[in-house]
Design a protein around this ligand. Structure first.
Ligand code: CAA
Length: 289
C-alpha cells in the first residue's frame, strides 16, 4: 500500500492523515474545499511543531511527514489511492454522497473505509462502490495519542479487505481489535453508558460536576473524568451514539439522560462550542452547574 486518501480534514481526519504520513504513506487529504483541506494540513504542521519542540520527533521527521501530505479538493481526487478513509461529519447522507463521489474514481482493487463511530457498516456499505471492499476503521481522539483502532466488518466485507486494513493499522503503531457490526461496536458500547450515567448522576444531584469527575478519574484511574471526557468528545456526539445504542438494541438501559439532552438542546456541546459541563471561555474550565 502506498497512497492513502483521507476524506475530511477536521480533528479526526487530520489526525489520521498525520499518523499515516508519519508511518511513511503518501496522503491525499480532502475536504469540501481546498481551503479546508489546507487548514487541516496547517493544523497537522502545528501538532508536529509541538512534537519537535518537546524533542519527541526530529525536525527532519516533521518535514518528511508534511511533505507526504497533499491537500486536494473533494472526494473525487482519490483516484490514485490504495486505501481511502472517510472521516467526514457523522451524518449518513453526507457519507453516502461522499461514497458516490469516491466510487466514481476508486480503483477496482482499492479499499474504502469509514471512521464512523456509530452508523452500521453493513448499511453504509450499500452506498459504497463494492461492499466486499468496504470496512469500518474506527480511530480514537486524539488520534496521534490513542493506541487503538477498532476494525468493523460489514456482512459483505471480504477477509482480504479485513487483512489488508489490519496490516495497515498495525503499521501506524496502533493495536487492533475486531468488532462485529453491532451498535457502538466495542468501545462506545461500553463508554457511552458510563458517560450517560454520569449525566444521570449529575441530574439526580448525586454529586457536583467536579466531584463526579474527580471521583471517577482517581477512583477508576482514568485520564479524565466522564463529564470532562463528554465535553472533549462533544455532547452532541455522545447523545447521538447513545441514541444509536438505544434504538439499535431496543434496550431501555441505554435511554439518554434528560440532562444530556438539555445541554445539547441548549447548544452547550462541550469544548468545541466553549461550553458544556464546563465553561472553557476563561483561563480555566469552570463547572456550569
Ligand atoms: N493531538 C496530539 N497529541 C496530543 C493531543 C492532540 N490533540 N492532546 C494531547 N496530546 C498529547 C500531548 O502532546 C502529551 O504528549 P506527551 O505526554 O508525550 O508530552 C500527551 O498527549 C498528554 O497531553 P497533556 O499533558 O496536554 O494532557 P493530558 O495528560 O491531560 O492528556 C489526553 C490529554 C491525551 C487527551 C488524555 O486526557 C486522555 O487520554 N484522555 C482520554 C481520551 C479518550 O478517552 N479518548 C477517546 C474518546 S472516545 C473516541 O474517540 C471514540 C468515539 O467514537 C467518540
Amino acid at each position: 500500500m502506498n497512497i492513502v486518501g483521507v476524506i475530511g480534514a477536521g480533528q479526526m481526519g487530520a489526525g489520521i492523515a498525520q499518523v499515516s504520513a508519519q508511518a511513511g504513506y503518501r496522503v491525499l487529504l480532502s475536504d469540501v474545499s481546498l481551503d479546508r483541506a489546507r487548514a487541516g494540513l496547517a493544523g497537522i504542521a502545528k501538532q508536529l511543531d509541538r512534537a519537535v519542540t518537546k524533542e519527541k520527533i526530529a525536525a527532519a521527521d516533521r518535514d518528511a511527514a508534511l511533505a507526504l501530505i497533499e491537500p486536494v479538493e473533494g472526494a473525487s481526487a482519490m483516484g490514485d489511492c490504495d486505501l481511502v478513509i472517510e472521516a467526514a461529519t457523522e451524518r449518513e447522507e453526507i457519507k453516502r454522497a461522499i461514497f458516490g463521489d469516491v466510487g466514481a474514481v476508486l480503483r477496482p482493487d482499492a479499499i474504502l473505509a469509514t471512521n464512523t463511530s456509530s452508523i452500521p457498516i453493513t448499511r453504509l456499505a450499500q452506498a459504497a462502490p463494492d461492499p466486499a471492499r468496504f470496512v469500518g476503521v474506527h480511530f480514537f481522539n486524539p488520534v496521534p495519542v490513542m493506541g487503538l483502532i477498532e476494525l468493523i466488518r460489514g456482512l459483505a466485507t471480504s477477509d482480504a479487505t479485513v487483512a489488508t486494513v489490519e496490516d495497515f493499522a498495525r503499521t501506524l503503531g496502533k493495536q487492533v481489535v475486531r468488532a462485529n457490526d453491532a451498535p457502538g461496536f466495542i468501545v462506545n458500547r461500553v463508554l457511552m453508558p458510563m458517560l450517560n450515567e454520569a449525566c444521570f448522576a449529575l441530574g439526580e444531584g448525586v454529586a457536583t460536576i467536579p466531584d463526579i469527575d474527580l471521583g471517577c478519574q482517581l477512583g477508576l484511574n482514568h485520564p479524565m473524568g466522564p463529564l470532562t471526557l463528554a465535553d472533549f468528545i462533544g455532547l452532541d456526539t455522545c447523545l447521538e451514539i447513545t441514541r444509536v445504542l438505544h434504538e439499535g438494541t431496543g434496550d431501555p438501559k441505554f435511554r439518554p439522560a434528560p440532562l444530556l439532552v438539555k445541554y445539547v438542546e441548549a447548544g452547550w456541546l462541550g469544548r468545541k462550542t466553549g461550553r458544556g459541563f464546563y465553561d472553557y471561555r476563561g483561563d480555566a474550565p469552570v463547572p456550569t452547574r
